[in-house]
Ligand binder design. Structure first.
Ligand SMILES: NC(=O)c1ccc[n+]([C@@H]2O[C@H](COP(=O)([O-])OP(=O)(O)OC[C@H]3O[C@@H](n4cnc5c(N)ncnc54)[C@H](OP(=O)(O)O)[C@@H]3O)[C@@H](O)[C@H]2O)c1
Length: 266
């Protein structure tokens, strides 16, 4: 079936904006569904050929959020669904990953024509810390652990690809960047782009709780602390082959992503 209009749940967030612009680049219309439109979901889904489902970051009950939207999609006859999950969803030490594992099951059992994308953490997550003139990277986990950090623009391009072809129905793709990298690699690549050294420091999770994490809701703080503990032990290594195939090229290298993202605003 030709997909001409995609309803994007979570369209106003970082991921949703990237997916929307990848769809627009392919001349696909987007119905943006943000928090406000969720209240009138049936009418928001009207006329959509497909649904791209992005749950809010660290949602307290992602499986329920996803199930509720899938139920409306079924009623409205939107069969084609792609769900934005995460790499390694079944990681019992990280509650927000487990929420996505359960939500994946809801997608596989509660929609007919589904695809699931499992991206690693985005390179873009580091960008706010890198913007100031005296930027430094301070993390609450080992800066030596490997990650398949991925360019969000590549993830968005992959999302548009899977939505526009039926060949991806029933597929689950893990999406990692071209290399396994650590936080020192991010700092080195940023240093190349910025023309100065970017220092890296590591703080304890307890220090993070008392400083950067202190204004967060206590559940979100606990879930992020659990994520840092997991990263500290395992990182989040993810392979690059599925993304290479979906893009028809190598995923964007770390330094190229940072060069684009750190370009001075005109
Ligand atoms: N960041 C990463 O590295 C990464 C990697 C893999 C997967 N993911 C996943 O990608 C998803 C999106 O992440 P993101 O960083 O793009 O999100 P984000 O920028 O925080 O945006 C999420 C959107 O969710 C909406 N929202 C927030 N709380 C809500 C609530 N209680 N009910 C309904 N809507 C709510 C907001 O919409 P309004 O603006 O309309 O209020 C917001 O724009 C998350 O599920 C995350 O786990 C992220």
């Amino acid at each position: 079936m030709a997909v001409r209009r995609v309803a994007v749940v979570g369209a106003n967030g970082k991921t949703g904006r990237a997916v929307t612009s990848a769809l627009h680049a392919r001349e696909v219309a987007v119905t943006a569904i943000g928090r406000a439109e969720l209240a009138s979901l049936p009418s928001a889904l009207e006329g959509a050929d497909a649904l791209y489902l992005i749950a809010p970051n660290m949602h307290e009950d992602e499986p329920a959020f996803v199930r509720r939207i899938l139920a409306v999609a079924r009623t409205e006859g939107v069969r084609r669904v792609a769900y934005h999950s995460v790499a390694a969803p079944y990681a019992p030490a990280m509650p927000h990953h487990v929420g996505k594992a359960e939500a994946e099951n809801a997608v596989r059992t509660g929609s007919s024509d589904w695809t699931i994308l499992q991206p690693c953490a985005y390179v873009q997550n580091f960008v706010p810390a890198l913007r100031p003139d005296d930027s430094a990277l301070r993390v609450a986990y080992s800066p030596r652990k490997p990650f398949g950090l991925v360019d969000l623009a590549d993830v968005a391009e992959a999302a548009a690809t899977v939505l526009l072809s039926d060949t991806h129905i029933g597929a689950t793709y893990e999406l990692g960047g071209p290399d396994l990298v650590d936080v020192h690699d991010v700092a080195r690549a940023a240093g190349q782009v910025l023309g100065r050294e970017v220092p890296v420091s590591r703080i304890s999770v307890e220090a993070w709780r008392e400083n950067d994490g202190s204004n967060l809701d206590s559940r979100v703080r606990d879930w992020l602390a659990a994520m840092f503990d997991y990263y500290d032990e395992h990182g989040l290594p993810v392979g690059s082959l599925p993304l290479t195939v979906l893009l028809g090229r190598e995923p964007t290298p770390l330094e190229a992503t940072l060069r684009r993202e750190l370009r001075p605003a005109r």
